[in-house]
Write a protein that binds this ligand. Structure first.
Ligand code: MN
Length: 238
């Protein structure tokens, strides 16, 4: 290893240490195991849905992303960086990479934004709790707004809580597998760092809730990983 490549390697390693497990952190191109057992979110999210959602849907996004990157001869190994700026991706593979890259990134976050039933804080605490109250009047008003973003999203998509570039919180929504980091795809006013997101694709809830998306959303609040959301908030504000 020559001196230059040593310096490059060393600074990459240092940079990696400073990236915590937050929303903006790099995400590789392989799928991690679920951070809990598929039945851990019962009775709110059922084990069969979790198994299929992670093992089939998310796995397919990862496989299709890998195939598209290969077809595009791209060597980017950070899926977050990839979907944040799709302008450098060859046009022939751009839609595939947008959909499957978004699918991989969004689901990797989503599993961490949930925690086993009864395992953590029941709502936002500390600085995050204060910011939610001052932005949305109350925690309940925030939940109502976020729930509406999910309910009103026509077809498939996501509801988000983001930290905007000015540090303020906002609730947004995207179609399909788009997310709030996607410059040039999402409206500039809706860009920000996602610190919580909810998958409202039917595959996320249909087995247990069928057409009752609002019931799924109401139940989902019981398994939100508020400790992880707070961590993401503090990192985004830093
Ligand atoms: Mn999904």
């Amino acid at each position: 290893m020559n001196r230059r490549s040593f310096i490059t390697t060393a600074s990459t390693a240092v940079a990696a240490t400073f990236i915590s497990s937050t929303s903006q952190a790099a995400i590789g191109l392989t799928q991690d195991a679920l951070p809990y057992a598929p039945e851990a979110l019962e009775p709110h999210i059922d084990a069969v849905t979790m198994g299929i959602h992670h093992g089939k849907h998310h796995a397919a996004y990862v496989k299709n992303l890998g195939d598209a990157l290969k077809a595009a001869s791209l060597t980017q190994t950070d899926a977050v960086a990839l979907v944040s700026d799709l302008s450098t991706v060859p046009e022939a593979q751009r839609t595939l990479i947008r959909n499957n890259g978004g699918g991989h990134v969004n689901h990797t976050w989503f599993w961490k934004w949930m925690a086993p039933t009864g395992s953590g804080p029941k709502g936002p605490e500390g600085k995050l709790g204060e910011a939610i109250q001052s932005t949305f009047t109350s925690i309940d008003d925030f939940k109502k707004l976020f729930g509406e973003a999910g309910t009103k999203r026509f077809g498939s998509g996501w509801a988000w809580l983001i930290v905007k570039p000015d540090g303020k919180l906002a609730v947004t929504s995207t179609p399909n597998q788009d997310n709030p980091l996607m410059k040039g795809i999402v409206a500039d006013t809706d860009l920000g760092t996602p610190i919580l997101g909810l998958d409202v694709w039917e595959h996320a809830y249909y087995l247990k809730y069928q057409n009752k998306r609002p019931d799924y959303i109401a139940a989902w609040w019981n398994v939100v990983n508020w400790a992880e959301v707070a961590k993401g908030y503090e990192a985004a504000k830093a």
